[in-house]
Design a protein. Structure first.
Ligand SMILES: Nc1ncnc2c1ncn2[C@@H]1O[C@H](COP(=O)(O)OP(=O)(O)O)[C@@H](O)[C@H]1O
Ligand SMILES: [Mg+2]
Lengths: 551, 297
């Protein structure tokens, strides 16, 4: 009976690997290469014990511990202790995301698309599909863990030996399996793929917060309830505990068993939570072209608004110690663009002020780069609606093309203002609560700094509108351009040729100094606003004059 | 100004070098139902998309209610209800929300009608569109179309995902609109549906109109099915001009005759002592096949 239930699982495993040969390979390569790139970079940035200890000290406050996890091995803060402490949590979450996508793709998503039905109609067991997915997940996570561990070990960084690297790798594999099993469980419970993915992501968030609460209070039990807290107890490169990985592995098996059980007692295509019936009629808000646009973009925009506020807030947590933290590291100063040559001539207080100003500039720039993403997304939604044939639902009714497109464009422009406002506010609120009177930023200064970037954001919106209107088949250009803009803004001062800086709108915003003495040069801002308006207008006109392209 | 509801003149549409529509001409008078038939890839959907101003004609064009289909698209859309062949909806909106949105984007709202149609097509409006099958998505589009007060219904293979009962309800809806004096363009694969509903038929193949007219007039251009039984066996029947597909079985002979040759053939077989003669006009299906059997354009 048991054999019948799982019959031909391995045939399905082979099939899964055939389908996964690109996506999962890319994930694993990206994760391992990221690891092998960041570890030496971090070791280089903090070459000696003194710099590392100071870094540890600056992180030794409840907010940072809540964010990053506890600091292990602080009294002998080796490069390994630092890497394990700073990276494992984030790496674990990236691995979790890979696993969630992988498992949902092969269970609930396949079931929803009717592919599982085909597999079932073959001489395969009732649980063969789920079983094959979990076997594949096991193989993938073990491979990923091994490659991560070996990759770290072969780097030969001092104090990052074989044992620690392998502990790090084992923890990676174990946490990956836990989230694979969680995704498998939610794939049984909900009846659609987006629900399963969504709930699994929520579980990452919840476990992150449980861990944060436990770590902040130093309550080990609470921390260890969360797999994300447990995984940190590996103390890679410090204690190299293996028990957290074993407990995680056992947890994964238990959760998987529950998922198997649920799968075996339910009908194909069904879930345990019946899909909630939705509204039978449309709310008055929805009954217009603009209402539809808002509905389509609403969730994405709200999530991004929250993310940007938190991002602003998270940068602000380091504000108290920032000048000493950065001032002691020439590498940091270079990255954030402190004018080092001017530093020596200044008094100590002015030095600190310049460093904080430069940090503020840097943060504003980074946040603004991130803020470009939802704005591009909002406009690109037009294109995916067109490609999937949904735009026609609107445009074959009494709605003008320019009116339809303008809905998306207006939302993007309005949202650019909101997002800059929220990021600045997040930064200010948290900086004040962390540093109190020592908060070097004023609210108006921050708002000015962030709003100064608006015309640059508008150029990005305008460019996207232009491409969607004029070159609908070549919208990847937009992301390529975004890549160039992000990269030149980040590294531009150091390495980029002038012509590249000159096609980067962010480059023309006067370097904002969010404290006093901040003078905005309005000329480039006015020119950029004009450029944005022209690009947008050409884009909308072209969109009104071309074929709708559904491919 | 013409008084055609729809008038397509010398319409050509190219996608790059590929000619999807080649000099297409067609008309639809007010109150008529026009069947637009042709095999997959013939250009039916492309014609409809030009009529709706989604695609721009390469040359020639379409006039709807006497207005230019590209320039006056929005004015035209106010009086049109359209059901696409491949209905794509927003996965996280319910069917009820989508119907209301669609109706609202055109104009007036008739609650009673909406309710009646929902019952007729047996659609649960509280389900998210991602859970709908192809047939259910088509129902959403059909309900939105028939719930709106349109002058012209453009239906692109609207029943390809429906079961026969729903197909029947669909025909009721079309006849109801026809009786109200509304015009319908029905692109379809289902011949019985076209035979039941359409006054005029237009056959398209490889982007060219190959035949057009009333069903009867089209039949005149094609072959008649004959089934005969004679006292003496007929000699050389297959060699007569216009005779095709001769099959002998238990003394009965089945064959087809080109419409123009019927008289001559009947005269010829009379010599053999006719015991039984049945003849039937070609079904639309055969008519359709006769265009596609032959090789070449
Ligand atoms: N956007 C497009 N680009 C290129 N070729 C297209 C496009 N749309 C349709 N075609 C081609 O035009 C021809 C007619 O297609 P279509 O009108 O969809 O046929 P039908 O609806 O009669 O099945 C097909 O060969 C199709 O491949
Ligand atoms: Mg078609």
């Amino acid at each position: 009976m048991l054999r019948g239930t799982f019959a031909n699982s391995f045939t399905v495993v082979k099939f899964i690997f055939r389908r996964e040969r690109i996506v999962t390979t890319a994930w694993i390569l990206a994760l391992v290469l990221f690891t092998m790139g960041v570890a030496p970079a971090m070791a280089n940035m903090f070459p000696d014990m003194a710099s590392r200890s100071q870094f540890a000290a600056s992180f030794n406050n409840p907010i940072m511990i809540a964010m990053m996890g506890p600091i292990y091995g602080a009294d002998n803060y080796t490069a390994g202790a630092m890497y394990g402490g700073m990276m494992l949590l984030w790496y674990a979450m990236a691995v979790a995301i890979m696993n969630i996508f992988f498992v949902v793709r092969h269970t609930r998503a396949d079931e929803q698309a009717g592919r599982v039905e085909v597999v079932r109609s073959l001489p395969t067991g009732r649980l063969a599909n789920l079983n094959a997915t979990m076997i594949s997940a096991l193989i993938i996570n073990v491979v990923l863990g091994l490659l991560t561990g070996l990759g770290l070990a072969v780097l030969g960084i001092e104090d990052m030996g074989f044992a620690g690297s392998m502990a790090y790798g084992a923890a990676t594999a174990a946490i990956g399996l836990v989230f694979a099993s969680i995704a498998a469980l939610f794939s049984q419970i909900t009846s659609n793929a987006s629900g399963a993915t969504g709930l699994s992501f929520v579980s990452i968030g919840v476990f992150y917060m449980i861990r944060a609460a436990g770590d902040m209070q130093g309550n080990e039990i609470i921390s260890c309830i969360s797999p994300l807290g447990l995984v940190l107890r590996t103390q890679a490169y410090v204690q190299n505990n293996i028990w957290p990985s074993l407990v995680l592995f056992a947890t994964a098996i238990v959760i998987s068993a529950v998922a198997y059980k649920l799968n075996s007692i339910r009908d194909l295509g069904q879930g345990f939570v019946a899909a909630r019936p939705g509204r039978a009629t449309a709310s008055p808000l929805l009954k217009s072209s603009f209402g539809l646009t808002w509905r389509l973009l609403r969730n994405m925009l709200i999530i991004w608004a929250v993310v940007m506020f938190i991002l602003g807030a998270s940068y602000a947590t380091v504000i108290g110690d920032i000048s000493s933290f950065i001032g002691d590291s020439p590498e940091y100063m270079e990255v954030i663009g402190v004018p080092v040559d001017q530093l020596a001539a200044l008094s100590e207080a002015d030095q600190a002020k310049l460093i904080v100003d430069s940090f503020g500039t840097f943060v504003t720039l980074m946040m603004t780069i991130v803020a470009i993403v939802p704005l591009i997304n909002a406009i690109m939604k037009l294109r995916s609606e067109e490609r999937d044939g949904r735009a026609e639902n609107v445009l074959t009714r009494a709605v003008r093309r320019c009116r339809y497109m303008s809905g998306f464009v207006i939302l993007a422009y309005v949202f650019s203002v909101i997002i800059q406002f929220l990021t600045a506010s997040g930064l200010y609120v948290v900086a004040t609560s962390v540093a109190g009177d020592a908060n070097p930023f004023t609210y108006t200064g921050l708002l000015q700094a962030f709003f100064a970037f608006l015309p640059a954001l508008w150029v990005m919106i305008g460019f996207t509108v232009l491409v969607v209107g004029l070159l609908p088949k070549a919208t990847t250009i937009v992301w390529a351009y975004f890549g160039v803009v992000a990269f030149t803004s980040f590294m531009g001062r150091l390495v980029m040729p002038d012509w590249m800086l000159n096609i980067t709108p962010l480059h023309f915003v006067s370097q904002p100094q969010p404290m006093q003495d901040f003078v905005i040069d309005y000329t480039p801002l006015i020119i950029m606003t004009g450029i944005a308006a022209v690009l947008t207008a050409i884009g909308i006109i072209s969109y009104s004059k071309r074929d709708m392209i559904t491919s | 100004m013409s008084n055609y509801t729809l008038e397509i003149t010398n319409l050509t549409k190219k996608f790059g070098k590929f000619t999807a529509l080649d000099n297409v001409n067609a008309t639809l008078e007010k109150g008529e139902v026009l069947g637009y038939i042709g095999p997959n890839g013939a250009g039916k959907t492309t014609t409809i998309r030009v009529m709706l101003g989604i695609l721009k004609a390469t040359s020639g064009g379409a006039k709807v209610f006497g207005m230019d289909s590209w320039r006056d698209a929005v004015e035209i859309h106010k009086k049109i209800a359209y059901v696409p062949g491949d209905v794509t909806l927003w996965p996280n909106m319910t069917g009820g929300e989508v119907i209301d949105l669609f109706v609202a984007l055109r104009g007036k709202h008739d609650k009673e009608r909406r309710k009646k149609l929902l019952e007729m097509f047996d659609l649960d409006p509280t389900k998210k569109c991602r859970t709908y099958s192809k047939g259910n998505r088509q129902k959403v589009a059909l309900i939105a179309a028939f719930a709106s007060d349109a002058e012209l219904f453009i239906l692109d293979e609207p029943t390809s995902g429906l079961d026969p009962l729903m197909g029947h309800h669909f025909q009721q809806c079309v006849l109801e609109q026809k009786n109200l004096g509304k015009s319908v363009l029905l692109s379809s694969h289902i011949m019985s549906e076209v035979e039941q509903l359409c006054d005029q038929v237009c056959i398209i193949k490889n982007g060219k109109i190959v035949d057009t007219g009333t069903l009867d007039s089209l039949r005149h251009l094609t072959r008649v099915n004959m089934k005969i039984e004679t006292v003496k066996p007929i000699e050389n029947l297959a060699t007569l001009e216009g005779v095709h597909d001769v099959i002998e079985e238990r003394g009965e002979v089945d064959f087809k005759v080109d419409y123009l040759n019927v008289g001559a053939v009947v005269e010829y077989i009379a010599k053999y002592g006719v015991k039984k003669l049945e003849s039937a006009p070609p079904t639309l299906e055969e008519l359709f096949m006769s265009h596609y059997d032959t090789k070449g354009v």
